[in-house]
Design a protein around this ligand. Structure first.
Ligand SMILES: Nc1ccn([C@@H]2O[C@H](COP(=O)(O)OP(=O)(O)OP(=O)(O)O)[C@@H](O)[C@H]2O)c(=O)n1
Ligand SMILES: C[C@](O)(CO)[C@H](O)COP(=O)(O)O
Length: 232
């Protein structure tokens, strides 16, 4: 199957609160965006990448792509108000049968993880990288009191990339748009229309840079990885 990637970088970085948007922050000497894109450049299954950025940041993103020599990035397009809107814009711009959706804010993704998601989606129709939840999770009543404890062995913390048949994911997005449903990841949209998404066990190190304390952790992880050669 031919695979394309939609890498979404059009968020606002509200929780980070930095002067620059998250994809353009430097970690271990390189932008978060460049770290994320490199894994897709190095993945044999991926033929093209659509990069979705905030309107006004297209030039900045193009400069990074040019300077890094990323040849698979075929389009840099503006995103939407919510992550879901940015992903859909990317899906419309791609032409491949399979699509991997990835957050630019996850710079520690590896080519091996991308390939594993492709293989699982080729077998099962769609897949998502995830790690088992380590903590005991509580459900609150919204007023500061615990009301339930879901069984931990069934809980996974989902990451990106997530891999789909592009037209099926587009159908799931359109269904959500028509019903006013919003989702914080794409697997959730497939779940809504009754499709199964296979879990691909990932790595706790594939963290999403969200708040300031994530930056030194990513810095340590990337520096450690560079010390041991390139990640697979
Ligand atoms: N309208 C949006 C919102 C998010 N994203 C992307 O989706 C990924 C996950 O989003 P998140 O980590 O929440 O990023 P932000 O929206 O930038 O952060 P915040 O919620 O703190 O504002 C990021 O790569 C972000 O750039 C996007 O492309 N378009
Ligand atoms: C897609 C995601 O990275 C999976 O963990 C996450 O749901 C994005 O969420 P955010 O609310 O946009 O940070």
């Amino acid at each position: 199957m031919e695979w394309g990637a939609v890498v979404v970088a059009a968020g606002r970085g509200t929780r980070m609160g930095a002067a620059d948007n998250k994809p353009y922050l430097k970690v271990a000497g390189r932008t978060v965006l460049a770290h994320a894109l490199e894994a897709f450049e190095r993945s044999p299954s991926v033929s093209s990448i659509v990069l979705v950025v905030s309107s006004g940041e297209q030039k900045k993103a193009a400069e990074i792509v040019g300077a890094e020599g990323f040849r698979k990035v075929t389009l840099i397009i503006p995103g939407g108000a919510e992550r879901q809107d940015s992903v859909y814009a990317g899906l419309e711009a791609l032409r491949t049968e399979g699509v991997l959706v990835h957050d630019a804010a996850r710079p520690l993704v590896t080519p091996d993880q991308i390939e594993a998601c492709c293989r699982a989606a080729e077998e099962h129709g769609s897949s998502a990288l995830a790690v088992p939840v380590k903590d005991t999770i509580k459900i609150s009543d919204g007023n500061g009191f615990i009301v339930a404890t879901p069984e931990r062995r069934t809980l996974w913390s989902v990451q990106t990339p997530q891999a789909f048949l592009r037209l099926e994911l587009m159908q799931a997005h359109r269904n959500a748009q028509e019903n006013g449903a919003s989702a914080t990841d794409d697997a959730m949209l497939l779940e809504r229309i009754g499709r199964k998404v296979a879990i691909v066990e990932g790595d706790y190190r594939n963290l999403k840079i969200t708040t300031p304390e994530d930056l030194p952790i990513a810095e340590l992880l990337i520096a450690g990885r560079q010390g041991k050669g390139s990640p697979q």
